[in-house]
Ligand binder design. Structure first.
Ligand code: SAH
Length: 240
């Protein structure tokens, strides 16, 4: 499998352009900073992080990747935005955190390092690619039999449109306008189907609720806007 073609250059250009603001907690990526503690807790509670060999796909400036490394995981993190990766490397260096950042497509790494990871994470990235099902297939190949995959994205329905696009981008200006395109948002049923087709089993779906006033996020049962999905690769059957 190759990653060629499964990347939207306009998306990468957007993330390249705002890369310098990645670690500004009040800047373009503020929601990711605010969501980070809750999603880290979710991953740690469901899968565990200490000592795990982890791949973070679509890592951007490394907000999640660094957080997992600080909790004891051995993290490799990949993205296709060179500027975001540069920021990520510098930030990790300054903070004394070990993360192996690489510029490589998910599908290409899957060809080289199939089954190499205990845990594969792919958060807030699938809604930016032309063919997310292919990415999910790559994630399923990268995780070892018996390993875990955690994804997060935004649901596609009128409420998600109101909250995640109109509210977050235009009313509250938590994110730059144009960050998310409605047609690219993903229903949990779609994500679950792609994962099933890739040989993964759904272990848990959870909502991620965000309060812009307190800037706090928490894991809930309401998957109508932001949500997390935890999948398992069966110990015996091969993925894909
Ligand atoms: N996962 C991080 C960053 C999310 S922002 C977090 O949650 O904190 C989305 C990231 O996906 C950006 O860094 C962007 O460059 C990356 N991305 C978009 N398309 C991609 C692709 N086809 N392959 C790899 N990364 C991609």
């Amino acid at each position: 499998m190759t990653g060629a073609g499964n990347v939207d250059p306009a998306e990468i250009a957007k993330f390249d352009a705002s890369a310098a603001r990645w670690w500004d907690p009040d800047g373009d990526f503020r929601p990711l900073h605010d969501l980070n503690p809750a999603r880290l807790d979710y991953i740690e509670a469901r899968v565990g992080l200490a000592g795990q060999r982890v791949l973070d796909a679509g890592c951007g400036g490394g907000i999640l990747a660094e957080g997992m490394a600080r909790r004891g995981a051995r993290v490799t993190a990949i993205d296709l935005s060179p500027a975001a990766l540069e920021v990520a490397r510098l930030h990790a260096l300054e903070g004394g955190v070990m993360v192996d950042y690489r510029q490589v497509a998910v599908e290409d790494l899957a060809d080289d390092e199939g089954g190499a990871y205990d845990l594969v994470t792919c958060l807030e990235m699938l809604e930016h690619v032309p063919d997310p099902a292919r990415i999910v297939k790559g994630l399923a190949q990268l995780v070892r039999p018996g390993g875990q995959v955690v994804c997060s994205t935004i649901n596609r329905n009128p409420k998600a449109f109101a909250f995640a696009i109109v509210g977050a981008e235009y009313l509250l200006r938590l994110l730059p306008a144009g960050t998310h395109q409605y047609a690219r948002l993903i229903r949990p049923s779609e994500l679950a189907r792609w994962a099933r087709d890739a040989g993964l089993e759904l272990a848990n779906l959870a909502g991620l609720a965000y309060d812009p006033l307190t800037r706090k996020a928490r894991v809930t049962n309401d998957t109508s806007v932001n949500y997390l999905a935890h999948f398992q690769r069966p110990a015996t059957a091969a993925a894909g």
